[in-house]
Design a protein around this ligand. Structure first.
Ligand code: FE2
Length: 344
């Protein structure tokens, strides 16, 4: 009878793990502790302990620790069920599958939940009295043509009513900002951006305006109208579930850059637009809403650079706004006063 040999050093892990262990040996965790909910040592503590003992990148550790804390608190606060969580996972999976190069459902979800607007506010805090920022959105094109102040940004035949935009860029001392470039982009009178038209060959309703040395600039264009964000996917389903709509108020996007000053990306909204208070992406701020007026005098239209034949509705919309830019130093100083010590 063959003798039974006592097994020594039994194989505990497969080849893939053995290969990994050669490079990195996880530290032991206090597994003898009770991880069950209801004791002083919770699943949340266990996750945090694992990450704290292994993660070597402090900012990653800070972010993931806060994320796990909030996610676990969400599950506890709502007594989240298996079935509900499965629905969430199914929804996120669909968001991934339905995202394309032209429509990112995760960006839409971030926008719809107000997270994109919040991150923008945290990233670009503005000292009191300076123009608020808001998100760039998906239609910015870095290669817009550079044009002098006073140019027309709308090609002949662009849909919509004509508008004259008259801006001035000042610093916090009330002085005109020198050397500013103003990137402008907007939808037309049908709420459509040039890049959304199939077969687009050249820029329309957009341009990089060289402001005058006293900070003033103007352009002739088209009064923008409201338009919807994409709502044919999971993001749209969520809006409907919440009783919300996908329509953004009319607006013009601006990106201002001037030497020595903090860059500003923002948008302005005419006060007559619908949907100002129910923006699906929470980018509309009270300080960015403008009263615009109608100009009926043909002599004034001529002063603005319009030919009578271009003004088909008997009026030109006149939009004025004063932008206030903080200097780079003012923003750094402001950020220092707002700094919060990261919790690790
Ligand atoms: Fe937009």
């Amino acid at each position: 009878m063959a003798s039974v040999k006592q097994m020594t050093d039994p194989l505990l892990v497969g080849a893939a793990i053995r290969a990994q262990l050669k490079h990195e040996i996880p530290q032991d965790l206090p597994l003898e502790r009770d991880c069950r909910e209801g004791t002083s040592y919770t699943i949340t503590d266990h996750v945090h302990a694992l990450h704290k003992s292994l993660c070597k990148e402090p900012r990653t550790l800070q972010l993931i620790t806060a994320l796990v804390s909030h996610l676990h608190a969400f599950a506890r606060d709502t007594s989240l069920t298996h079935a509900e969580w499965a629905k969430v996972v199914e929804f996120l999976t669909r968001a991934g599958k339905e995202s394309t190069d032209y429509k990112n459902e995760f960006v839409l979800l971030s926008d719809i939940l107000g997270l994109s607007a919040l991150v923008d506010e945290l990233t670009h805090p503005k000292p009191l009295g300076c123009t608020d920022s808001c998100e760039e959105g998906p239609f910015y094109q870095p290669d817009a043509p550079e044009v002098p102040s006073g140019s027309s940004l709308a090609k002949i035949g662009t849909i919509g009513e004509v508008m004259f935009f008259n801006g001035v860029i000042k610093n916090t001392k009330g002085e005109g900002v020198k050397g500013a470039k103003v990137d402008v982009w907007q939808a037309d009178g049908d709420g459509i951006y040039d890049v959304q038209y199939p077969g687009r060959e050249e820029a329309n309703d957009r341009g990089k305006i060289i402001a005058e040395t006293d900070g003033t600039f103007c352009y002739r264009g088209i009064l923008p109208t409201a338009y919807p964000i994409p709502s044919d996917g999971p993001g749209g389903d969520l809006l409907r579930l919440l009783g919300r709509h996908p329509h953004r108020a009319a607006h013009i996007h601006f990106m201002l850059k001037a030497p020595g000053y903090d860059d500003l990306t923002t948008a302005l909204y005419p006060s007559h637009s619908p949907f100002l208070g129910t923006d699906p992406v929470f980018a509309t701020k009270k300080s960015l809403i403008c009263q615009i007026v109608e100009e009926h005098d043909p002599k004034r239209w001529k002063d603005m650079g319009f030919k009578d034949s271009e003004v088909k509705t008997g009026r030109v919309w006149v939009w004025k706004y004063q932008f206030v830019l903080p200097s780079v130093e003012e923003v750094q100083q402001f950020k220092r006063t707002q700094q919060v010590t990261p919790k690790l």
